[in-house]
Design a protein around this ligand. Structure first.
Ligand code: ZN
Ligand code: ZN
Length: 547
C-alpha cells in the first residue's frame, strides 16, 4: 500500500511538471571553438595581465568564466595526453593515450600516439600524414556532437602538431589538419579523413604567408626594457637557435631558417601562432562553420608556445613576448569570430594541454630544490639491481616515461615471479638520486589512492598499456640539458592551467574551487544537451553555465 502511494505521487509529480509553461529555450551555439595553448601556465594569465590588450585574454576573462584552480589530474602531463583528456573528459587510465610516445608491450617497440601506417599523406608526398586516432579508446566530445546530430555539423581539428589536431577532432571527425614544415610548407591531412584536400586548403597552401613571416626579424613587440617580468635577455638558462651566438634579440629569421630546417623555424617563433590563426580563420570560412542549423566544432591548438617554452624556459623575454603576441592574435581571432559567426552564436573555451616547470638550473641558482636525472645512469642502476638480486641483465624490456617494462617471459623462464621482481625494483630504484616514489603496477591494480600524487599516478596508469614499475621523480626534475624547460610531472607547476569559458550560454565570473581538466568535456556536453564522451569521469561545472 505504501509502495503504491509512492508510485502515484511520482506520477503526479511528472504530470504536474509537464503542465508547467515551457521555459524559453536558449538559442544553441552554432559553433564551439576549443582553444588549447600548448604549455601555457596559469600564471601567464596573471603575470602579464597588465600587458595584455582589452580584446584578447582580458576580453574572455572579463566577460566569460574563469576556473582559477583547474588542474590536470594524471601523470604524465604531455601534449597528446592533455589534448585527449580535455576532449574525452577522462584520464589515460580510460582513454589509452598514455604519453606522446610509449613502449607497446604487444609489438615490443616504441610507438608514437597517432602513427598509423595504413593511411597515406594527403597534401604532399611526405610520410607525415600517415596518422589516425586509432590508439584512442574512448569517444570525444566532438564524436558525441556528431552522434547527437545524426552526423550533421562539422568537427575539425587544426594545429601545427599532428597529435594536437587529430586527438581533439575525434574518431568521426570531418578533418584534422596539421603543418608539414621543413621544405614542404603545406598544411596536410591523412587519408583517414579524405582522399583530397579541399580547394580552400590547396589555396591556403599556395599563399606565401610562411615565407613572409620568416623573412622578418623577431624583435620584441615593445621596448625590451619594459619586459620587467622576465630575466635579462642574455643568460645561461636559455637555449639558442642553431646559428645564434647568444639567446638574444633580435633573431634574424631570414638568416637563421637555413640552419633551422627552413620552414620548421616557424614552429619555434610567435609567428607560428599567427600562422595557425590564419589557417583556423581559413577553415571557418572555407567550411562555412557556424552558418548551418547544426552546431559545428573547431578545435584549434596553438603549439609554438610549447616549442618556445622548451627552448627558453618560463621566465624568458622570449616567452613573455610570445604571450603578448599571442594575445594580439587572440584579439584578432575573437573579432573575426564576432564578424564571421556572430557575437552570440559561438561558445569557446581556452585552456592548455599542460604547463611547465621553471628551468631547474635557474631554480638551483636560487637554492630552490631541482634536479637533472641522468637516464643513462638510471638504466645502468636498474640493470645492476636485477643482476644483483636475480643474476640477470635481461629482465628489462624498456624504460620510458618513468616506467619499467619487464620481460615477463624471461623472468618466468628463470623461475622468478614477475611481481617479486617488480616489487624489488620499486624498493631499490628509490635509492637512485632524483627518484622520489616508486610503485608496482600490482599496487595500482589493488589499491585505490583517492588523493595526492599517487592518485594522479593511478589516473595515468592504464592496465592494458602501462609498465610494471611506475616512478615519480623529485619535484622540479627534468631529463634534458640545462637550458630551457619541459613538463610531464604531476606537480602543480605542470598541472595548473588556465580554463576560461566564454560566449553563448556562459556565465560571467570566476571560481577558486578546484576543478579537473576532465570537467571541460561534460560541461560542454551539458551546455549542448548532448551525451558526454563515453569514458567521462569529470563533472558538469554548473556555475559556468547560464542554464
Ligand atoms: Zn604540449
Ligand atoms: Zn612540450
Amino acid at each position: 500500500m505504501k509502495l503504491k502511494f509512492h508510485f502515484c505521487f511520482f506520477c503526479l509529480t511528472i504530470l504536474l511538471s509537464n503542465c508547467k509553461p515551457a521555459i524559453k529555450e536558449q538559442k544553441k551555439p552554432k559553433l564551439i571553438v576549443g582553444i588549447v595553448i600548448d604549455q601555457m601556465r596559469y600564471d601567464y594569465l596573471t603575470k602579464y595581465a597588465n600587458r595584455y590588450r582589452k580584446g584578447g585574454f582580458n576580453r574572455i576573462l572579463k566577460n566569460g568564466f574563469s576556473l582559477e584552480n583547474a588542474h590536470y589530474n594524471y601523470i604524465p602531463t604531455y601534449t597528446a595526453v592533455g589534448h585527449t583528456s580535455i576532449y574525452t573528459g577522462t584520464t589515460p587510465s580510460e582513454h589509452g593515450i598514455i604519453s606522446n610516445n610509449w613502449f607497446d608491450k604487444f609489438i615490443k617497440k616504441s610507438i608514437y600516439c597517432v602513427d598509423d601506417s595504413t593511411y597515406t599523406t594527403v597534401g604532399n608526398n611526405s610520410v607525415n600524414g600517415k596518422k589516425s586516432p586509432k590508439r584512442l579508446f574512448t569517444s570525444t566530445i566532438t564524436d558525441q556532437l556528431h552522434l547527437a546530430q545524426n552526423m550533421k555539423g562539422k568537427t575539425i581539428g587544426v594545429s601545427i602538431k599532428d597529435r594536437s589536431a587529430i586527438l581533439p577532432a575525434g574518431h568521426s571527425a570531418n578533418a584534422a589538419y596539421w603543418y608539414d614544415g621543413e621544405n614542404f610548407n603545406t598544411w596536410i591531412t591523412s587519408s583517414f579523413y579524405m582522399d583530397n584536400l579541399p580547394q580552400w586548403v590547396k589555396d591556403f597552401n599556395l599563399n606565401n604567408k610562411a615565407d613572409e613571416y620568416l623573412n622578418q626579424k623577431w624583435e620584441t613587440l615593445y621596448d625590451i626594457n619594459s619586459y620587467v617580468n622576465s630575466r635579462s635577455d642574455d643568460n645561461i638558462f636559455e637555449g639558442k637557435l642553431t646559428g645564434q651566438k647568444s639567446p638574444t634579440f633580435p633573431k634574424d629569421l631570414k638568416t637563421l631558417r637555413k640552419k633551422n630546417k627552413n620552414f620548421n623555424l616557424i614552429k619555434t617563433v610567435p609567428a607560428g601562432n599567427t600562422f595557425t590563426a590564419d589557417f583556423a580563420k581559413a577553415t571557418i570560412i572555407g567550411e562555412n562553420l557556424g552558418k548551418s542549423d547544426h552546431t559545428d566544432f573547431l578545435a584549434v591548438s596553438f603549439s609554438s608556445t610549447d616549442y618556445i617554452g622548451h627552448k627558453y624556459g618560463v621566465s624568458a623575454i622570449e616567452t613573455e613576448d610570445t604571450y603578448l603576441r599571442l594575445d594580439k592574435d587572440l584579439e584578432d581571432f575573437f573579432m573575426f569570430l564576432d564578424n564571421q559567426v556572430g557575437k552570440d552564436n559561438y561558445t569557446l573555451f581556452l585552456t592548455a594541454d599542460h604547463a611547465a616547470v621553471h628551468v631547474p638550473a635557474y631554480l638551483q641558482s636560487l637554492k630552490i630544490p631541482a634536479h637533472y636525472l641522468n637516464i643513462t645512469n638510471f638504466r645502468t642502476f636498474v640493470l645492476k639491481t636485477t643482476k644483483k638480486y636475480f643474476n640477470s641483465t635481461d629482465l628489462i624490456e624498456n624504460i620510458s616515461n618513468y616506467q619499467i617494462f619487464l620481460n615477463k617471459q624471461k623472468i618466468e623462464s628463470l623461475g622468478f615471479d614477475v611481481n617479486t621482481v617488480a616489487q624489488k625494483l620499486a624498493d631499490e630504484v628509490i635509492n637512485f638520486d632524483g627518484i622520489y616514489k616508486a610503485v608496482t603496477a600490482r599496487t595500482l591494480q589493488t589499491t585505490h589512492f583517492s588523493s595526492g600524487i599517487l592518485n594522479t599516478l593511478q589516473n595515468g596508469y592504464n592496465q592494458k598499456l602501462s609498465g610494471d614499475v611506475l616512478m615519480i621523480p623529485n619535484p622540479a626534475t627534468l631529463i634534458r640539458g640545462r637550458t630551457g624547460t619541459s613538463h610531464g610531472s604531476g606537480y602543480s607547476y605542470d598541472t595548473h592551467v588556465p580554463v576560461i569559458f566564454y560566449g553563448n550560454g556562459i556565465n560571467k565570473g570566476s571560481t577558486t574551487k578546484k576543478y579537473n581538466i576532465t570537467d571541460i568535456a561534460p560541461t560542454i556536453a551539458n551546455l549542448l544537451n548532448i551525451e558526454a564522451p563515453n569514458g567521462t569521469n569529470g563533472v558538469v561545472i554548473k556555475e559556468v553555465l547560464k542554464k
